[in-house]
Design a protein around this ligand. Structure first.
Ligand SMILES: NC(=O)c1ccc[n+]([C@@H]2O[C@H](COP(=O)([O-])OP(=O)(O)OC[C@H]3O[C@@H](n4cnc5c(N)ncnc54)[C@H](OP(=O)(O)O)[C@@H]3O)[C@@H](O)[C@H]2O)c1
Length: 295
């Protein structure tokens, strides 16, 4: 049996489906039962609870030959570091208590350091805790910035006719489709055990600038002149808070953008293993366009 934390999410759901299709028993863990229902219909066992609750996770991990862990972000928490650490510590406690032998952790580019990585510092701290576990095989996936993050710009494109963020328009960095991460996660979980402690960078098909991604989005949605506008960090933070983010979370996301601008989120080495198939050209035309039209 494999336990998947965040099973109704983008990576978790596709990973769970692949494991079920291969005949694995899966415990699908998340807080909202209704979002787990499609997986239950495919054969998963729903475990509804909070990943910050060590007693709950302890039961959910009982008998697991492997677990997939994520640390997700709640946009309104007053102290993002405390929130991330409460989840990370509960997961470590449950892995230890149940003697889980194989852990796959979805970290991020930048997960090698807490310095100038913003929101990613939370997964960097979890990487360190996982490294300190004795007798546990740990495979850390370090995916880059998700292509799906561009969905956050749909309101801005519709209401203001621009795409924009605090990331420099001409800064090239890797972007990945979350589905490609799930393919790797499932393949690794179907070939247990992991060996010792290791990490794998996942960097998408190639690097893009936001100017280029904005052009591709513009072409896909019939707005070929769509401009990319670089915001000051202060304006970016104010904008995020206006949409309901706590100050602590907004600071952490602005910190991530600063980290991208200085190359702190591009430590991964591009090679055959870290390069994944989906291009942003394909994503803009086949995914972004349809989500944009549906909103
Ligand atoms: N976005 C990026 O660019 C990026 C880049 C690199 C790495 N990552 C990492 O990738 C991770 C996974 O991303 P994703 O897109 O697959 O996630 P997602 O689609 O946002 O889904 C999050 C999942 O976690 C569950 N969840 C959230 N809080 C929980 C809690 N406290 N206890 C139990 N379950 C909880 C959610 O369901 P419920 O709400 O029902 O609980 C959902 O199933 C992120 O957390 C992030 O650390 C992201």
């Amino acid at each position: 049996m494999i336990a998947i934390v965040g099973a109704s999410g983008r990576i978790g759901s596709k990973t769970t489906e692949a494991l079920l299709a291969a005949g694995k028993k899966v415990r699908a863990i998340a807080r909202h039962a209704e979002k787990l229902q499609p997986l239950v219909e495919k054969g998963a066992e729903a475990w509804v609870g909070d990943s910050a609750d060590a007693a709950f996770l302890n039961k959910a991990f009982e008998g697991a030959e492997a677990v997939l862990l994520i640390i997700s972000t709640d946009m309104q928490v007053p102290d993002v570091k405390a929130y991330q650490d409460s989840i990370g510590l509960a997961q470590i406690e449950a892995v230890k208590a149940q003697g889980v032998k194989n852990v796959l952790f979805i970290s991020s580019q930048g997960g090698h350091t807490e310095e100038k990585t913003g929101i990613v510092a939370g997964v960097a701290r979890q990487e360190q805790r996982l490294h300190a576990l004795e007798g546990v095989n740990v495979l850390i996936l370090r995916p880059t910035y998700f292509m799906e993050n561009t969905f956050n710009s749909i309101g801005m494109i519709k209401n203001m006719g621009i795409n924009g963020s605090g990331i420099k328009g001409d800064r090239a960095f890797p972007v990945i489709a979350s589905h490609d991460i799930a393919v790797v996660a499932a393949e690794k979980l179907l070939n247990l055990p992991f060996e010792g402690k290791s990490h794998l960078d996942l960097l998408g098909a190639r690097d893009y600038t936001l100017q280029e991604m904005t052009q591709l989005i513009g072409a896909a949605i019939g707005k070929p002149e769509l401009p990319y506008v670089e915001f000051s960090y202060a304006d970016q933070k104010a904008g995020m808070m206006q949409y309901g983010m706590s100050e602590s979370v907004a600071d952490a996301f602005v910190g991530l953008q600063e980290g991208i601008n200085i190359g702190q989120l591009s430590a991964g080495v591009r090679d055959a293993a870290s390069t994944t198939p989906t291009t942003f050209e394909w994503f803009a035309e086949n995914v972004f366009k349809h989500v944009y039209q549906a909103v």
